[in-house]
Design a protein around this ligand. Structure first.
Ligand code: SDX
Length: 370
């Protein structure tokens, strides 16, 4: 049971706490949406400014964590690093295990909202051989993140790119009982600290069938290489030799309502950065998938991961950081569902019942007679 997010897969509807994603993408901000998801109501002006300052107040990542970041080989995948660092954070906040303490939980929520982007940016800087950029309290959430990544680089921090980043984070903020949110609830239901639960959810998101699809889409577009190579590639898809990454969905059997805003964000970004050469291939794949029987019959529409990778790449973000951005966007959704789970006394520890398909009872056989 959850009252956080509503999806109608056939009608392509997505609402956070009843508000349509279309309206939030057009009028809200990442921190306002995260407050809405976590608390259930749109904040007043005062509530929003308190939330923003509370998140900023908890933006100091322990120095030992930064030392752990520096210990990773520069070739490490950013998601492997982030999953480890989120769990490592739990060791610096031992009181976060007191999940019946509302004040502790609020502090943990602020720390995760504030520090996951910092871990991401610091790991990126480490992988590029650059020094870390401290969070800047004078900047809004998305601008601060891009600043910690790109140190005030005007091209990479153009206001249109900042606003596109904020829209991307809103579009990724929650999505009902998807794979990683279910992991957040499963792990949260045994009552560890929320840092460990977020680390588990991040590991689930890492997979190419889930959040890792945005990185896999870029891989796929790069491998296809040109529009001329699409027919041969689509033959392989129909023979099930490869998947059309960024297409299909467990719930949406219509156009993912987020994809429309992702395409708009892409246009905004490409206006600044110049179009991404892989865009032509992406648009051709989409038009085939929306028209050819094989794909129409299987309801294979572009999902949230199809365009996001193109946007991130055009913003100068390395491929292995794409799912890290998905993690930053999805963290408030995971926290909203974790908080809801703890508050619902009817929701007990996760313990799925199995359908047993093994042998009936049988006797042990000695080695000699095997
Ligand atoms: C996300 O759950 C969420 O809400 C997730 C998410 C969120 O916000 O949290 O929306 C984010 O994870 C989006 C999905 C990102 N993943 C990808 O883009 C990877 C590629 N997509 C596929 O792996 C697949 O579509 C899944 C995993 C997303 C869904 O898989 P399903 O539920 O098994 O698909 P299905 O049962 O509906 O498949 C029906 C048919 C099958 O063929 P037939 O057996 O009927 O012949 O469609 C085929 C599938 O083989 N199919 C695909 C395909 N996805 C399904 N064929 C080619 N390419 C694909 N991508």
């Amino acid at each position: 049971k959850s009252s956080v997010t509503y999806i109608d897969g056939d009608a392509g509807i997505l609402r956070y706490r009843g508000y349509p994603i279309e309206q939030l993408a057009e009028s809200s901000s990442q921190l306002e949406v995260s407050k809405l998801l976590i608390d259930g109501e749109l904040p007043s002006k005062e509530e929003l400014s308190k939330w923003i300052s509370d998140v900023k107040e908890h933006n100091s990542v322990p120095e030992e964590i930064n030392n752990i970041i520096k210990a990773f080989p520069v070739s490490s995948h950013a998601m492997g690093a982030l999953t480890s660092l989120e769990a490592a954070l739990s060791t610096f906040y031992p009181n976060s295990k007191n999940i019946t303490d509302e004040d502790e939980n609020y502090k943990s929520i602020c720390r995760l909202m504030s520090q996951v982007p910092i871990l991401a940016a610091n790991f990126y800087r480490h992988s590029q051989g650059l020094s870390f950029i401290a969070p800047d309290d004078s900047l809004d959430y998305s601008e601060n993140f891009l600043n910690m990544m790109f140190e005030g680089d005007n091209k990479k921090m153009h206001p249109d790119l900042v606003s596109a980043m904020d829209t991307l984070l809103i579009l990724h903020a929650d999505h009902e009982q998807n794979c990683s949110a279910s992991v957040m609830r499963n792990v949260g239901s045994s009552e560890p600290d929320p840092f460990s639960a977020v680390s588990a959810a991040t590991a689930a998101l890492y997979g190419p069938l889930h959040g890792g699809a945005n990185e896999a889409v870029l891989q796929m577009l790069t491998e296809i290489g040109s529009v001329e190579n699409i027919p041969a590639f689509m033959d392989k898809v129909k023979k099930k030799e490869v998947k059309l990454m960024g297409f299909g969905h467990r719930v949406y059997k219509a156009y993912d309502p987020r994809a429309k805003y992702l395409k708009e964000a892409a246009d905004k970004v490409f206006n600044v950065t110049g179009t991404n050469p892989l865009l032509d291939i992406a648009l051709e794949l989409e038009s085939i998938a929306l028209n050819e029987d094989y794909f129409v019959a299987r309801n294979l529409y572009p999902n949230v991961d199809f365009y996001s990778g193109l946007i991130y790449e055009s913003m100068g973000i390395p491929k292995d950081m794409f799912t890290v951005l998905f993690t930053i966007g999805r963290t408030p959704g995971w926290l909203a569902q974790w908080k809801e789970l703890l508050a619902d006394k009817d929701q007990k520890i996760a313990r799925p019942r199995q359908v047993y398909t093994g042998y009936d009872s049988r006797d042990y056989v000695n080695m000699e007679s095997r």
